[in-house]
Structure formats: C-alpha cells, structure tokens
Design a protein around this ligand. Sequence first.
Ligand SMILES: CSCCC(=O)C(=O)COP(=O)(O)O
Ligand SMILES: [Zn+2]
Length: 263
Amino acid sequence: MSAPCHCKHSDDGASNGNALNVLSPELQQEFKDSNHPANLICELCRLFYDNNWVTGTGGGISIRDVDGENPNLVYIAPSGVQKERIQPWEMFLVELPDEKILRTPNDIPKELTKSYKYKPSACTPLFMSCYTMRDAGACIHTHSQHAVMTTLLYENEKEFTISHIEQIKALPKLQYNEQTKKVEKLVIPIIENTPHEEDLTDSLQEAIKNYPGTSAVLVRRHGIYVWGETVWKAKVYNEALDYLLELAVKMKLAGIPLVKEDS
Ligand SMILES: CSCCC(=O)C(=O)COP(=O)(O)O
Ligand SMILES: [Zn+2]
C-alpha cells in the first residue's frame, strides 16, 4: 500500500488516476470507453498541444455525440486550463438546442477536480454556432502559428485563397471544374480579432453564412476555427488546413503566388 501524499501538489486532484473510484458507477462506466467524446477531447488536446496548436491554455475542441443515443449532447472543455492535462470528468455537458447544462465539473467530487470554480470554454458560443448553423459533429479551435502568420502576411485581405496544391483535396465541398479538369481553389474567410473570444461569435456566424462551402474561419492575429461532420473529419480538415497554411507562409515569403491560373 502506498503512503498518502501530503505534498502541496495534491491540490491537483485531476492527475490522480486511482481517484476515479470516487466517481458515480455510471460515470466510471462511461469513461472506460476510449471513444467516449470526453476521452477523445483529452486525447486530441494532447495531440494538438504537441503540434503547438493549444499551448498556454489557448484553443481547444468540442465534440457533439453524433454516434451516441442522443446526438444533441455536446461536450465542452473548461476555460483557461492547460488543455493537454484535462481529464474526462472535467468536461461540461450541454444539450442542444437550448444549451441546457446537464453536467458540470463543479459537481464532481473535489478529490478529482481543481480547487477553483470551472467555467465552460470561452469558445462555447462559437462552437455552438458550428453545431447549429452547420450541423457539425465537432469543432476545433487552434492558435496555430501558421494560421496567425497567414493572417498577418495577408493583413488587408478578408479571405485566404490557395490553388493547385494536392492537399486541398482533403477538404470538403470543393467543386470539380469539368472544363479545366481541376479541383477549384480553396477560400477561407478571415475575421478580425476581438478582446474577448465570445465576441467573435457575430462575425464567425456572418462568415459561415457568406461562405456556405467553408469548413473553417481564420481569426486575425489569433488562430482558426475548423469543424466537420464528425470528430475525425474535423481532425483531418484541421491537419490539411494547417499544412496548407504553413505552406502558404513559406510560399509568400519565397515570393511564390498562392493562386496559379489554369493553363
Ligand atoms: C491564452 S488563451 C486566450 C483565450 C483564447 O483565445 C482561447 O482560445 C482559450 O479559450 P478557453 O476559454 O477554452 O480557455
Ligand atoms: Zn482562442
């Protein structure tokens, strides 16, 4: 039997694996499933952290339980926490369409949670916009430096455009042009940043309306929002976009135009 821990770091209860036993049997059962949305948020946040996309607490991901019994259930991470360290029981659970809060980490036994009062991610109204306006199954927000650099290099542009790069085909709703036999160019709207994340909601919604084919919105000097029909589609779109944005920065700095006219 191991000795009880009396050191200062015991406040960080969420890192204590054995403490799972204090959860209700229902929650213990839920979190045994590695494909449970709460577990996937934790797994993907760690992956995103390693890609430098959600460091310093910024960014995150929300998942709607599209494969579950109730596809209106949405899992949201807490605000202002180290995203790579969150645990499944620290999620908020809300139900669409009224965004009724069904579960909050503030109700979880204190042995498992931090000592402060949890708030849902400040990105919540933006995630909700993607669910309600696009029927998304997941929405990712990153502070990718490739996204930020792109918005800086195209400071006066309201949209980002790139063409004739193979990776564009990983993104949805691109039209195949019968005449040119080419996949059309990719266009992502850019919105201006605001002092508070939640104040981006109106301009994100406007961009979603004005760009019916887009699966992402860039936020100047801030990052990007990317969504998809399922969590895995959202993940692939985010990866493909980040690849294209990194490439775009390199092309711009090398003086290569991002859009090539069809020959
Ligand atoms: C240094 S993060 C500033 C807030 C932000 O842009 C963000 O994405 C974090 O949101 P959350 O509330 O989920 O922590
Ligand atoms: Zn952000």
